[in-house]
Design a protein around this ligand. Sequence first.
Ligand code: ATP
Ligand code: MN
Length: 481
Amino acid sequence: MTSRTKIDALLRSAKPGIEVTVKGWVRTKRGNKNVNFIALNDGSTIHSLQIVADPTIISEETLKQVTTGASIAATGMLVESRGAGQSVEIHADSIEVLGIADPEKYPLQPKKHSFEFLREIAHLRPRTNTFGAVFRIRHAMAYAVHHFFNSKGFCYWHTPFITGSDAEGAGEMFRVSALDPKNPPLTEDGEVDYKQDFFEKETNLTVSGQLEGELGAMALSDIYTFGPTFRAENSNTTRHLAEFWMIEPEMAFYDLNDNMDLAEEFLKYLIQYALENCADDLAFLEKRLLDEEKTKPAIERSEMSLTDKLKFVLENDFVRLTYTEAIDILRNSKPNKKKKFQFPIEGWGTDLQSEHERYLVEKHFKKPVILVDYPTEIKAFYMRQNDDGKTVAAMDILFPGIGEIVGGSQREERLDKLTGLMDKMGVPQDELDWYLDTRRYGSAPHSGFGLGFERMILFITGMTNIRDVIPFPRTPGSASF
Ligand code: ATP
Ligand code: MN
């Protein structure tokens, strides 16, 4: 058997005049009784390859089974194509149907399906052009993440998915238990006795690898995590998943400015990598977005194409300003004065909502924004307390169309300050004794941040719903596949 060539490799280094075998899934078949044209896609590229099948060579019985969705192997001569839009095609000597797809039942017809419908068939949607492109880019971005940190001497640090502390995510964690829910052992008070559970304590799925990430940084200097993160928050938005992937670098001896510099360089690197390595898929998604924009009323249409947006972020410095400055801008903004915000900006100290973040980025600055020095009360206990006594060295990066894409901070390395805030916020010290040890022994200034991987993929692909950039989304009420 001739060995199989992937379509991507074939189109890149196509030399007409050789015999090749390709394997993939039929996108469409058209033609007449004299000739059939089969568009074959194997997922290695957005492009399908045309197979020309002559009914005097390929049996009618075989051709009947070559329908949309069927899997086939085709062998034949690679020749220059006379058709528009493709350089080469295969003139088939033989076609083997590997798996039929009953045209009466196959859910993916060769027409436009809505993303809502495709989410219901998430097991098949990777076979569409849009999802093929999104998931190839997702792969490329994962590779680029590792490449970026490896080239800077960071260590890929694996933090646990099962956590025994609920310091960070109280109330929004998924419980992990091996107890029989119908008949759990009880304490004398009638509570579930987790001492008899697998880990002999209450455990949950992690909401962040940061605390354990800090332990790595306090020994290896620079680490990053890249793994799944779980949040049982009931926010049914286009930017939240119950299971998402997060990249969390943590760097010893970095202050907040070093932290911001690294985050900006990292985001730009990922965009650059996509532009250089995912051009065909981006071109397809750019056109998709353009078509989608055309269906919107003129005032809502974006003036920039997908590539324009990516290049714009690449070529401009992110705006850096304090939370306090942002509040001033927002308080005096038109939508606030005209009461257009769902959550009006009244005073200093409240958390910013996504509508505020997007106003700053999309309307006011028209650039990515890094907000720093948030009020202590609305941020986590581990953020470094500023000298003003009311803010912490936090930084959030806000992106157009997305809102918050990165959340980070310089960490509080001073034991007394840290425990002081923990007490004030009601974070139990005994549970985090291991964490506090890093402040007791060889404590050092350090910083880190978390990038939501899917939010970055949203930005790069121009997709609008986070459910459409992860193969199998987990959201409230939905855990199929
Ligand atoms: P948001 O305010 O948007 O809910 P957050 O403040 O809860 O975000 P962090 O705890 O700082 O977010 O997490 C770091 C990053 O992880 C965020 O900047 C975002 O990119 C991503 N992220 C947070 N929650 C989710 C989620 N439910 N689904 C997908 N990504 C998320
Ligand atoms: Mn959140």
